[in-house]
Design a protein around this ligand. Structure first.
Ligand SMILES: Cc1cc2nc3c(=O)[nH]c(=O)nc-3n(C[C@H](O)[C@H](O)[C@H](O)COP(=O)(O)OP(=O)(O)OC[C@H]3O[C@@H](n4cnc5c(N)ncnc54)[C@H](O)[C@@H]3O)c2cc1C
Ligand code: FES
Length: 260
């Protein structure tokens, strides 16, 4: 679906992270956790490509929230847009995370904007769970208060030791895997590629599956250009094939991903 969405607010969340709210009542009712919108950034005249962003939150009255980090021209331009500017949104797109139900406990492993991309999943899970948040430094730790407000326990790892344990988020993951009750836990990941590869491999080494959001560079966003492929297990065979992360993902089972 395409919708001309008016910007309601576009504010600094922390450092280079921004929180933008769009009025998108046609898109919000069908958003599932882990899906993304493909945003045509108003006034980015020299670049025709849309930019993909995970939906962080939606409200019943049609507000769609995205949390984004300024990393290049498109996101810098997005950060300059004022309330009431209209951007065309395409979405919701992509295969979503599945929602933990019953007494299952979600364990979310996130780096960078990964906490934003898993926030709807956290809100919609029957039980609160654990957010394992990894970052180079304090600057990339976002939405901790928001997760705590909905009952999640947040465990942090920073590479420089500024907050939480000094080290990588995978160390936090290994301790969760070593705790009793792992069979009741459901594992989800969103963050830098290296983190997701390490996470997926660690889950499989511990005979546990999970779901990983492989946010690859994208062009069309709808399966037409093959710019976004990753190697995954082929159906009904021992071989591999290339899957489009925009419409066959971004969420894949950890056990289907190629770790090379
Ligand atoms: C499904 C999906 C969901 C995403 N959700 C979010 C989100 O919720 N919040 C957020 O901040 N970002 C998200 N991203 C990444 C976001 O799309 C890019 O940061 C953005 O497109 C960069 O645009 P730009 O013009 O500013 O940067 P460019 O000038 O295009 O690139 C600047 C730098 O960013 C890198 N980059 C661009 N796209 C990606 C990407 N997909 N993954 C890793 N590095 C990239 C480039 O390689 C380059 O080094 C998501 C990406 C995907 C595929
Ligand atoms: S971005 Fe074009 S096929 Fe995925």
């Amino acid at each position: 679906m395409l919708e001309d969405a008016r910007i309601i607010s576009n504010e600094i969340l922390k450092g280079d992270y921004r929180k933008i709210e769009f009025s998108a009542p046609s898109i919000t009712p069908s958003v599932q956790s882990g899906q993304f919108v493909h945003v045509q950034i108003a006034q980015l005249k020299d670049r025709i490509l849309r930019r993909p962003f995970s939906v962080c939150d939606v409200s019943d009255d049609g507000v769609l929230t995205v949390v984004y980090k300024i990393v290049g021209e498109g996101t810098a331009k997005l950060a300059d847009l004022q309330p009431n500017t209209v951007c065309n949104l395409m979405g919701p797109l992509g295969v979503p995370f599945s929602i933990p139900t019953g007494d299952q406990v979600p364990v979310l492993v996130a780096g960078g904007y990964g906490s934003a991309a898993t926030y709807i999943l956290a809100k919609r899970s029957t039980n609160p769970g654990i957010l394992l948040l990894g970052a180079r430094s304090e600057d990339d730790l976002i939405l901790i208060d928001e997760f705590e407000k909905i009952g999640f326990e947040v465990r942090v790892a920073t590479e420089n030791g500024a907050r939480g344990i000094k080290g990588l988020v995978t160390q936090l993951l290994q301790s969760v895997l070593d705790e009793p009750g792992v069979e009741n836990k459901r594992f989800f990941g969103c963050g830098p590629h290296g983190m997701l590869m390490a996470m997926g491999q660690m889950l499989l080494d511990n005979n546990v599956d999970g779901e990983l959001s492989l946010d690859h560079l994208m062009c069309c966003g709808v399966g037409a250009c093959f710019a976004c492929v990753v190697k995954v297990k082929a159906d009904n065979s021992d071989g591999w094939r290339y899957a489009r992360t925009c419409n066959e993902g971004p969420v894949f089972k950890a056990s289907d991903v190629y770790y090379g």
